[in-house]
Design a protein around this ligand. Structure first.
Ligand SMILES: Cc1cc2nc3c(=O)[nH]c(=O)nc-3n(C[C@H](O)[C@H](O)[C@H](O)COP(=O)(O)OP(=O)(O)OC[C@H]3O[C@@H](n4cnc5c(N)ncnc54)[C@H](O)[C@@H]3O)c2cc1C
Ligand code: SF4
Ligand code: SF4
Ligand code: SF4
Length: 391
């Protein structure tokens, strides 16, 4: 039997699946709600191509120190509103489409199943906007991207760092006409748990969910909401941070096992461009309005990435010193999380079900909610006392 990466080391990137010449590999959800490759032994001819393609079984492609780091945002208000942070991704898309390029990104279908799709126009790419904090099934996307690359078309491929590494391992050679854009990633949450959250809400609201925004900005980027829209037009929202989905996700309890030790969590990057939430210590120097609309951290790690960023119209970019932003985002630091709580979360989920794990891990204590709601006032008083003590 052909052995792929062991479960605890598999990212679910699905590069092995696209590499198989026999179509013998499919990506299936396990009982925790994460994608893993499944080999059909009857179709497998034991060629070993899947093993040779797996990023976990070989060296990561090429980690690079960023050439430039920026804080930035799109000047297009609508684009900014529908994005998670500064709307940089859609600004890049606009430039790529102006050069007749193709973009790959994560899209929900009508049943809220997330997978990687291609887009040929800004209109088609709208559904890629916004972070979906569960794993996108990328199988098929690497194969399709290679076809366009071989036809010399410009391709912008976006995804988690493990998916970008999966693409590089699948392609096996560099392409001048490929631009990769990764998100700063602290993990993907369980799809099964997400679906339970949605089902519960559908029952409570008597209607099918048709759209989910993990970080809706109606109340502002720093107060983003987990928002569900139903077929009957009704919507429900909770602060993302302490929503039933967001709370265990942000603490890493409901995330994929490998995400706890992810090798892509590092100041060195895999993709040409990296995007995340701007969280450096000088964030508060930006106006209230800017912080309400959203600010991205952007890392350009290749000349190609830097050139694309600097050629995009309607983007505001402010170059930052690496020392300022280096420690500010956990997704830029080496990761070695304690997995005890994560494993306990799934032990309860698998043995006792959704309600039990929701009560144990997905309902934040009252003090946490109060502290989050009044965090600005608490910070203000804390800083004032600190200043007074220093005098
Ligand atoms: C799973 C996940 C974890 C993240 N963790 C962090 C973090 O720890 N720290 C941080 O600073 N930022 C994190 N981000 C990134 C952040 O939420 C924003 O997506 C990022 O700042 C880009 O914002 P934007 O406004 O430019 O574009 P947006 O329009 O918000 O970004 C959309 C882009 O994200 C891609 N995308 C969305 N969901 C997925 C998915 N599930 N899998 C692969 N690609 C996806 C889309 O294809 C598109 O390219 C995470 C995003 C995701 C999806
Ligand atoms: S060994 Fe070859 S045929 Fe078998 S699953 Fe891997 S790639 Fe497919
Ligand atoms: S290629 Fe990706 S999905 Fe396949 S075994 Fe390796 S890490 Fe897992
Ligand atoms: S944390 Fe690492 S392994 Fe997990 S989804 Fe993000 S890049 Fe992939």
């Amino acid at each position: 039997m052909v052995e792929l990466a062991i479960k605890s080391m598999c990212t679910g990137c699905s590069a092995c699946c696209d590499a198989c010449p026999q179509n013998a590999i499919s990506m299936e959800y396990d009982e925790e709600g994460f994608l893993f490759p499944c080999i059909n032994e009857e179709l497998c001819c034991k060629c070993g191509l899947c093993q040779k393609t797996c990023p976990t079984l070989s060296e990561a492609f090429d980690f690079k120190a960023p050439l430039s780091i920026y804080a930035g945002w799109s000047e297009d208000k609508k684009m900014l509103k529908n994005s998670t942070s500064g709307g940089i991704f859609m600004s890049l898309c606009r430039e790529v489409f102006s050069q007749s390029g193709i973009v790959f990104g994560a899209v929900f279908d009508d049943e809220l199943k997330l997978s990687h799709k291609s887009a040929f126009s800004e209109n088609e790419a709208l559904s890629m906007q916004g972070s979906k904090y569960i794993q996108s099934n990328a199988s098929g996307a690497y194969k399709e991207a290679k076809r366009y690359l071989d036809e010399n078309k410009l391709v912008l491929f976006s995804g988690t760092p493990c998916q970008i590494d999966g693409l590089f391992h699948y392609l096996k050679k560099p392409y001048e006409n490929l631009i990769t854009c990764e998100i700063l990633c602290h993990g993907v949450g369980s799809t099964a748990f997400f679906e339970d959250v949605i089902s519960e809400s559908e029952s409570l609201n008597g209607s099918k969910a048709v759209d989910v925004k993990f970080r809706d900005k109606q109340k502002g980027w720093e107060d983003s909401q987990f928002k569900i829209t139903f077929e009957n037009g009704k919507t429900v929202s909770q602060f993302s941070y302490y929503s039933t989905f967001g709370y265990p996700f942000s603490l890493g309890y409901s995330n994929r096992e490998y995400c706890s030790v992810c090798r892509y969590s590092s100041p060195q990057r895999i993709a040409d461009i990296t995007l995340g939430d701007y969280s450096a210590s000088d964030k508060n120097k930006y106006s209230k309005e800017k912080r309400k609309n959203g600010i991205s951290i952007i890392l350009a790690s290749t000349e190609k990435g830097k050139q694309l960023l600097e050629s995009v119209k309607g983007l505001s970019l402010e170059e930052k010193d690496a020392s300022l932003v280096g420690e500010s985002n956990p997704a830029l630091r080496k990761r070695q999380n304690d997995t005890a709580k994560r494993n306990h979360f799934f032990e309860i989920y698998k043995n006792k079900g959704y309600e039990a794990v929701k009560n144990a891990y997905a309902t934040p204590p009252k003090q946490t909610v109060t502290r989050f709601k009044y965090r600005r006032q608490i910070n203000f008083i804390y800083n004032l006392l600190k200043k007074l003590r220093l005098k």
